[in-house]
Design a protein around this ligand. Structure first.
Ligand code: G3P
Length: 217
């Protein structure tokens, strides 16, 4: 499973990257707003040290302008994945941009039929939003399962990018189902390393090492 991190905070991306936990980055207009940076500038900086796909989202809602914005974003670096919303205009932009050889991430996916359309439009990634479905009392993870089955039924190569991952349990479930990628905030990825028994075990080892006067360096 590939790990993308869902943030436009460059320091947080660098910290995770140093841990070897960043296969790519996803951003959206809300995350760019939170960073306080210019969209082009911050995307350029992320691409200067991340080799994997970096998703940058268009701002237009009409296909021709989305395509123009997508082309401009794609000029930033060869690893840009242009993010377009799952609307009919977004699907049209996806078809054109993917036809030109650009990676396209179709975002704001909330149903399996939407995901089917994105695959047919040539998307490199489909981003189903788990947490936002859970927020409505709908089991978000079932959507990942449904899309997995549909894509496998027909051999679609579009990668399932589980998004709106809010908890370590979301990450585990998405991995069990076989999502190709998950994108999560840095804090969720770091929380995956935590276990109280690890802390307790380490305390005991350190205390025994100290009692025995053990030294390595
Ligand atoms: O990747 C999409 C993500 O940014 C949405 O997450 O937590 O705002 O639903 P959230």
């Amino acid at each position: 499973m590939k790990f993308f991190t869902d943030t436009a905070d460059v320091d947080a991306i660098r910290e995770l990257d140093d841990l070897g936990l960043v296969d790519g980055v996803t951003t959206n207009p809300s995350l760019v707003k939170k960073s306080g940076r210019d969209i082009i500038e911050v995307t350029k900086e992320i691409c200067s040290f991340i080799d994997g796909p970096v998703s940058a989202e268009v701002l237009a809602t009409e296909a021709d302008t989305m395509i123009a914005e997508g082309r401009k974003l794609a000029e930033i670096a060869p690893n840009i994945a242009v993010k377009v919303p799952l609307t009919l205009d977004g699907l049209k932009a996806c078809k054109v941009l993917s036809g030109e050889g650009h990676m396209v991430n179709v975002t704001l996916c909330f149903s399996a039929t939407q995901a089917l359309l994105a695959a047919k439009a040539g998307a490199s990634f489909i981003s189903p939003f788990i947490g936002r479905l859970d927020d409505m009392g709908i089991e978000g993870m079932e959507l990942i399962s449904d899309i997995r089955q549909i894509y496998d039924n027909y051999g679609f190569e579009t990668e399932i990018l589980a998004a709106s991952i809010r908890t370590v349990n979301h990450a585990k479930e998405a991995a069990l189902i076989g999502a190709d990628v998950m994108t999560a905030p840095p804090a969720v990825i770091k929380a995956m390393a935590a276990h109280p028994l690890t802390d307790k075990g380490l305390d005991a080892f350190l205390s025994d090492a100290s009692a025995a006067g053990l030294k390595i360096l």
